[in-house]
Design a protein around this ligand. Structure first.
Ligand SMILES: *[C@@H]1O[C@H](CO)[C@@H](O)[C@H](O)[C@H]1NC(C)=O
Ligand SMILES: *[C@@H]1O[C@H](CO)[C@@H](O)[C@H](O)[C@H]1NC(C)=O
Ligand SMILES: *[C@@H]1O[C@H](CO)[C@@H](O)[C@H](O)[C@H]1NC(C)=O
Ligand SMILES: *[C@@H]1O[C@H](CO)[C@@H](O)[C@H](O)[C@H]1NC(C)=O
Ligand SMILES: *[C@@H]1O[C@H](CO)[C@@H](O)[C@H](O)[C@H]1NC(C)=O
Length: 516
């Protein structure tokens, strides 16, 4: 893509309000009306994100490639995703969107060499689908379409689809259960299942990638497998596993297809099932009308039953979790994608109800960032006044929530929702929030040859590094941080008018909308 000129970009930035220390832009202060003034530095924000992407890639490429992820403190590597090069697969669509030709070709010349049948650890159907399959299909859609000029060797483009087929064919036995609900954990060397319950998110977050694979290859088997699994989620049994209309339990027995509990929410373990209901309708409204209805049902129940205003900051909105109809006033960083998902639903359905609710959730998640010492939000937080952890009374009184797990694992969800909010409203406040978050993350997690998960967002400096640069840092954090600052109408950008040409999987890999 052609990035806007520095002139065009600076035109969308707020004017510089005054000089200030480069490492503390949020300390800019407030204007006479008490409104926060944002630092709009005389730098190209988009270029700063590209620089971070390149620095991260160089660290990974030098010390870890083609293993899964960089351990930046020790300049070593880990293989948490079966050793097939998860960071390479996850970096591809971001490198494409940034126009980083050399990195694109380093990745696509490597992909044909992966042997999906060889790994020493158990395989997660879900993680493999969203990172590897999603990454390759997105790369294929871009390189066989609008970004074809970035591939040095057309054979590497075809190989992205061939390797997607190979991967799906290695994994497809996961679905050969009595119910059609797959097992999530697989022993690929024995082609056996690891017989543990599956979960709502891990079952319900396959349908976009496997359907796209069918649509690209003409082999309808992949879509049939995920359609059958999805049908168990759309007709949940027992009835008690749907405590609010459209809101379901978490664990599912693949032998029966039945739910094993009635606890859930928009949190890890359940989250992207709801996300994909509306995204499938964006992908193909003619095939997925039922999924749109289910998304609206879940969204309406969320607004009616789960929306929660903390006692000490009643202008904030959070979404509770539940066990049956009993609510828990806790949420987490992972759940902060919900604002973006409601905004997307509002945009594509032309509904201001969903849009406004989504924007209120974005405000709530922004507060979790703005309140901490590092200006990064915590992994898990709560706002039940009867359960405040000792020592956090003042923090709760001031900020409306308390911290239950203080780490930050290079997660994207808050910046992801800023991106949807900016695309929908055009309000540059969201660009500023995303920049604040990016600057804070860059300042706190930068270490050694890359960026690392940190232990405590509420102590200056982040409380220590865990020596882990997650692959979704490439796929998600840096892609959203970049695209929110690039105010163009590239076809893969989420459409302001709700008329999307691409739809993003839960790992932020965009695939082409069906028929586009
Ligand atoms: C698994 O993938 C490899 C390529 O990595 C391919 O050669 C092989 O045929 C696939 N296995 C199955 C069962 O499809
Ligand atoms: C797969 O099964 C084999 C044979 O039982 C076992 O040796 C191996 O450890 C298993 N691998 C995984 C990842 O569970
Ligand atoms: C179609 O996909 C199924 C499911 O993985 C696979 O078993 C089958 O071999 C594929 N058919 C062709 C013609 O590739
Ligand atoms: C959820 O509720 C069920 C039924 O009341 C109870 O048995 C279970 O322990 C609860 N689970 C959690 C995680 O609180
Ligand atoms: C990111 O961090 C590096 C190293 O600390 C610093 O040099 C750079 O200015 C930071 N970038 C931004 C945009 O804050």
């Amino acid at each position: 893509m052609v990035r806007p000129s520095a002139w065009a970009l600076s035109a969308v930035l707020l004017p510089v309000v005054s000089a200030l220390p480069a490492n503390a832009p949020w300390k800019q202060g407030h204007d006479a009306q008490g409104k926060r003034q944002y630092y709009s530095p005389p730098v190209d924000r988009a270029q700063a994100v590209i620089d971070t992407f390149k620095l991260s890639w160089e660290g990974y490429y030098k010390h870890a490639f083609p293993n899964d992820e960089l351990h930046p403190v020790t300049n070593t590597f880990g293989n948490s995703r079966n050793g097939w090069g998860a960071s390479a697969a996850d970096a591809l669509s971001t490198a494409l969107i940034m126009g980083e030709r050399e990195i694109v070709n380093q990745i696509i010349s490597y992909i044909p060499t992966i042997d999906w049948s060889v790994t020493s650890t158990s395989v997660s159907l879900f993680e493999t689908t969203i990172r590897y399959l999603g990454g390759m299909l997105s790369g294929y859609d871009f390189l066989s379409g609008p970004l074809a000029h970035l591939a040095d060797n057309p054979a590497h483009v075809d190989a992205l689809l061939e390797q997607s087929v190979n991967l799906a064919n290695n994994l497809s036995y996961a679905f050969q259960t009595p119910s059609g609900v797959p097992y999530n954990l697989l022993n690929l060397s024995t082609r056996d299942w690891i017989r543990e319950p599956n979960g709502l998110a891990t079952v319900g977050t396959l349908i976009l990638e496997w359907t796209r694979l069918s649509d690209l290859t003409g082999n309808s088997s992949y879509a049939s497998l995920v359609d059958k699994a999805e049908s168990c989620l759309l007709s949940p049994s027992p009835a008690s596993s749907e405590p609010f209309p459209g809101l379901l339990g978490t664990d599912i027995d693949p032998t029966t297809g039945a739910f094993l509990d009635a606890r859930g929410g928009w949190i890890g373990g359940t989250d992207s099932f709801y996300e994909y209901l509306i995204k499938m309708w964006v992908y193909d409204p003619s095939r997925y009308e039922v999924l749109r209805e289910r998304w609206e049902k879940a969204a309406d129940s969320t607004i009616t039953y789960l929306a929660s205003r903390p006692l000490t900051c009643p202008d904030l909105t959070f979404v509770t979790t539940y066990n049956g109809t009993e609510l828990q006033l806790t949420s987490e960083h992972l759940a902060c994608f919900d604002g973006g998902n409601f905004i997307l639903g509002g945009q594509v359905l032309g509904s201001s109800k969903y849009l406004q609710f989504g924007l209120s959730l974005v405000d709530g998640c922004h507060a979790t960032y703005a309140s901490t010492a590092t200006h990064i939000g915590p992994e898990v937080f709560g706002w039940d006044p009867s359960l405040i952890p000792a020592g956090q009374e003042a923090f709760f009184a001031q900020n409306g929530f308390y911290i239950l797990r203080p780490g930050y694992q290079l997660r994207p969800e808050v910046i992801e929702s800023y991106y949807y909010a900016y695309r929908a409203t055009g309000d540059t406040k969201y660009q500023d929030w995303a920049w604040d978050a990016f600057v804070a993350v860059n300042a706190t997690t930068r270490v050694g040859s890359g960026y690392s998960t940190i232990r405590d967002v509420n102590v200056a400096g982040g409380g220590g590094f865990e020596d882990m640069m997650e692959s979704f840092w490439f796929a998600e954090v840096l892609k959203y941080s970049y695209l929110i600052q690039v105010d163009d109408d590239a076809p893969w950008q989420v459409s302001k008018a709700g008329n999307n040409k691409w739809v993003w999987n839960t790992e932020a890999h965009p695939v082409r909308v069906y028929g586009q």
